[in-house]
Design a protein around this ligand. Structure first.
Ligand code: ADP
Ligand code: MG
Length: 881
């Protein structure tokens, strides 16, 4: 279908839609059912049994299965069956964990897909992009990802970047005019917008002509390759660590086996012992638990309103040393309210707060009153925010700065917003580089004029006249100074300031932006407040304690920025503020030297943000940077943690970011950093637990072989400990709550190894003690001649497991075990109880006694076991090492 050839009306008719009403919800629902959801092919979800079989790919599991065959071949059927059962239980646990991780990740993906703003039943509503159907009328604005193929039906400076389809990176200007050509390639269809392309500037409206796989991108199959899921640096490091440990453990296992054989142990026994020991000490499951813990952490972050787009960001968050945050909307509430107007060289106060009612300081005469009204009317005209009147129920929608302006006009007189004596003919939308927006309007007599509103200090340079007492006069130096003073005084009160200017235009033809925005007539100033978020102040204090620097970055006036920064305790008194102009004359080297001492950047452009990030990174910082616009994307990509805004951010910014804030709130970033730190520490906790346990196991075997004693632990016992009773406590450690000083020490250096800060020493020393204690328990029970070897083994088995289950509490803190309430982690309590519950049948249930070669123990035995097994943890707890 050649939609570009038809006129706008033809397209709308053919698609059964209506320009001012859109589709009805009923028809939309029917079409959704008929054509399917608007997305590119569903990535095949892994089937559940595939996930289950994946568990068997592990090297460890393969080794065990081979051992099973050998055992069966030698006629040791009980051993063979037990090994199979243990492997099954282990795979089942792994399967449930991975399924959980998988689910939380796909939920995450669903949350990150863009929304669309469409006209349904006569109302503009936001819907998930998958629900868009053919015939839907969709608004496009700068920064949006185009959600389906559409024919443009209206456009204002609309330019779309289509590199995903055409390879052309320059944005293409789009209009609504029909094109009379038989054959046009995509790049020349200037009245169409295609799925996956990006609105670079301006805004417009389109009607959907194709969705999902019927779109242009849908037809180019290779574009749909999914990015492979990346392993995080920590996962990679652990994989490497795993390989090293495999090597070490194989050597140690060989040592144990050789020592055993040399001391005359039966060959088959030693073979199984070797296999079990190797399985025991190889932390094959580690990377899997890490993934599970990371993804569960991600879920916790969602509850705290932070969406992580890449798992690796969780780790980086923990190392963040600088957070660069936008002021407006992130540190402040984005509830802007006009409180002061300045016109006719006079200030007018506006009362009433955030809302539609309020009053103004009285004007002294009619001329002044007219000027005030004109200021409000013109500035509302120069806005893209809209007033929606639903049977007298008025709501405002759009950029908060503009909403504030319209709100002020409504407070004065609804007519100022509704009267249509002037019509917009052209618009140059606001952009963060120019820091202003202009419209060209015409009155009933076809007289044209431009209205410009924007950052006053910059706009004043384009101004040559002003209105005073209703008369246009040239702007004297003295008047200019007075206006500047007024701007400063507003800014000092933390007001966001806007100047409004106009000028009559002789002819509307071929208007260039330079003509529209020069030689202007100054009309007045608008000052608005935007209260700082209450949580932000606390979060900034938290950052300070945690050795994280907060930098405020804003397009606002330097004085406004510094007043807000002061009220948030980002700076004290008159600390330096660097402006965009300062940055222009600063070399990279100079910026690098200064950036460490600056906390506020004002009147910056998005390009400056990029330079700031790079300067900070050059100084070795790990930088989190917020942004919401199209132009912020480069800075978001370069920063270590790009942070975008869930509510006000553009699709482009979100795609470039690592973290999305659902509530646009600075405190949420700090919350995410806290989670990031906690997750990393928790991973260290269970690495510590698992490895110390392994060290203990291998040592007790080694000691016994060297001392020419029988095997202190049988292969099935070792397998049971490692594959069944160890996993739950490890996972519970991964879900542990943070230690109280988590946010009281500086961020972890990115390059820091897993075993840093004493973890390696702790693993070896605890492991050694667990090994020694278990060995002693075994020897004492063995030497008590009245009893069997099975009895001594049962004692050793229980001592080892109990020592581990007590030691797990030690792993919760980098300080003494007595520093934390042992009941503080309810998962751990449940895990330990479950592990014990899995253990007791093994020694008290007769059939299991036969399989595991155990005997029932008495109360006195248990007293001894508990005493022994608590010893290592108590000892280290008291010595506080
Ligand atoms: P920030 O997002 O850091 O507050 P902006 O780039 O949005 O900075 O705004 C910079 C300046 O541009 C503001 O101080 C204000 O003077 C002006 N400005 C902001 N929004 C608009 C708008 N919609 N129209 C005209 N001028 C605006
Ligand atoms: Mg802004």
């Amino acid at each position: 279908m050649k939609w570009y050839k038809l006129s706008v009306n033809e397209v709308i008719n053919q698609l059964g839609s209506h320009a001012n009403f859109g589709l009805t919800e009923d028809i939309a629902a029917q079409r959704l059912k008929k054509n399917g959801s608007n997305q590119l092919t569903d990535q095949q979800k892994p089937l559940w049994f595939m996930l289950f079989f994946k568990q068997f790919q592990d090297f460890m599991v393969i080794v065990l299965l081979i051992a099973t065959f050998i055992a069966a071949y030698l006629g040791e059927f009980i051993d063979a069956i037990v090994i199979v059962i243990i492997v099954l239980i282990n795979s089942l646990l792994g399967f449930f964990q991975e399924q959980k991780a998988e689910r939380s990740l796909s939920k995450l993906k669903a949350m990150a897909t863009p929304n669309a703003f469409v006209l349904r039943n006569g109302h503009w509503v936001t819907i998930p992009s998958q629900h868009v159907v053919i015939g839907d009328i969709v608004k496009l604005k700068n920064g949006d990802r185009v959600v389906a193929d559409m024919r443009i039906i209206s456009s204002t400076q609309l330019a779309i970047e289509e590199s995903a389809l055409t390879g052309e990176t320059l944005p293409i200007q789009k209009t609504s005019q029909a094109i009379e050509t038989q054959q046009l390639n995509i790049a020349d269809q200037t009245n169409m917008a295609f799925m996956g392309s990006m609105v670079a500037t301006g805004h417009g409206i389109g009607i959907v002509v194709a969705t999902g796989m019927q779109t242009m991108v849908g037809q180019i199959a290779d574009l749909i390759v999914q990015a492979p899921s990346q392993k995080t640096p920590l996962e990679k490091r652990l994989q490497h660590l795993g390989k090293v440990l495999i090597f070490i453990s194989l050597v140690l296992t060989a040592l144990v086996v050789l020592a055993g054989v040399w001391q005359g142990q039966p060959l088959y026994q030693m073979f199984l012992a070797g296999i079990s020991l190797a399985v025991a000490v190889i932390p094959e499951g580690l990377p899997a638990i890490v993934t599970v813990v990371l993804s569960l952490g991600v879920q916790r972050m969602i509850k705290r309103k932070a969406i992580v787009r890449k798992l690796s960001a969780v780790e980086t968050l923990g190392s963040t040393s600088v957070i660069c945050s936008d002021k407006t909307g992130t540190l402040t509430e984005n509830k802007m309210t006009v409180v002061e107007l300045f016109t006719n060289n006079k200030s007018f106060q506006v009362s009433g707060g955030y809302g539609l009612t309020g009053s103004f300081t009285n004007a002294t005469n009619q001329v002044e009153s007219d000027m005030l009204n004109q200021l409000l009317m013109y500035s509302s005209l120069c806005c893209n925010a809209e007033m929606l009147d639903n049977n007298g129920n008025i709501t405002l929608q759009g950029d908060p700065t503009e909403v504030a302006i319209i709100m002020a006009a409504l407070k004065k007189d609804q007519q100022l917003v509704e009267a249509k004596t002037l019509t917009k003919v052209k618009e140059f939308p606001f952009d963060a580089n120019r820091k202003r927006m202009s419209v060209v309007v015409k009155d009933r007599n076809n007289h044209y004029m431009s209205i410009v509103k924007g950052a006053p200090d910059l706009l004043l340079d384009c101004t040559s006249k002003l209105t005073l007492n209703g008369q246009v006069q040239s702007l004297s130096q003295q008047m200019k100074r007075q206006i500047q003073q007024q701007i400063e005084s507003m800014a000092n009160q933390a007001y966001r300031t806007i100047a409004v200017c106009m000028k009559p235009l002789p002819s509307p033809h071929a208007l260039k932006i330079e003509q529209v925005e020069s030689q202007l007539i100054f009309m007045g100033l608008i000052g608005m407040v935007d209260p700082p978020r209450r949580e932000a102040k606390l979060a900034i204090k938290q950052c300070k304690d945690a050795g994280i620097k907060t930098i405020m970055i804003t397009g606002d006036h330097a004085k406004t920025a510094s007043a807000v920064a002061k009220s948030l305790d980002i700076i004290s008194s008159e600390q330096q503020v660097i402006t965009g102009q300062d940055l222009e004359v600063m070399s990279e080297e100079m910026l690098k030297q200064q950036v460490d001492h600056v906390h506020v950047f004002a009147r910056v452009t998005p390009k400056d943000k990029l330079r700031i990030v790079q300067a900070l990174q050059a100084n070795g910082h790990v930088v989190a940077m917020t942004g919401d616009g199209v132009n912020d994307a480069p800075a978001l990509k370069v920063s270590d943690i790009g942070v975008s805004m869930g509510k006000t951010g553009t699709d482009v910014a979100k795609e470039a970011s690592d973290l999305i804030l659902l509530d646009d709130n600075f405190a949420t970033i700090v919350g995410a950093v806290e989670e990031g730190r906690n997750i990393y520490e928790n991973i260290r906790k269970f690495i510590r637990y698992l490895l110390a346990s392994n060290v203990g196991e291998i040592l007790v075997m080694l000691f016994a072989m060297l001392a020419a004693l029988p095997l202190p632990l049988l292969p099935v016992q070792i397998l049971w400990v490692n594959l069944v009773t160890d996993g739950l406590p490890a996972l519970a450690l991964g879900l542990d709550r943070p230690e109280r000083d988590l946010m009281q020490h500086p961020p972890r250096p990115v390059k820091e190894g897993v075993f840093a800060r004493g973890l390696g020493i702790k693993i070896v020393s605890r492991g050694l003690f667990i090994g020694v204690i278990t060995f002693l328990a075994f020897v004492m029970a063995f030497q008590n001649g009245a009893q069997s070897v099975a009895y001594a083994r049962t004692i050793a088995f229980m001592t080892l497991v109990m020592a581990q289950l007590i030691h797990v509490f030690d792993c919760r803190s980098h300080r003494s075990v007595f520093d934390r309430n042992p009941f503080g982690n309810k998962y751990l309590i449940i895990a330990v109880i479950s592990s014990i519950a899995l253990l007791l049948p093994v020694i008290y249930f007769e059939p299991l006694q036969i399989i595991f070669h155990t005997v029932a123990l008495t109360g006195t035995d248990w007293l001894g076991i508990l005493l022994f097994s608590a010893l290592p943890t108590l000892l280290f707890g008291f010595t506080r090492r």
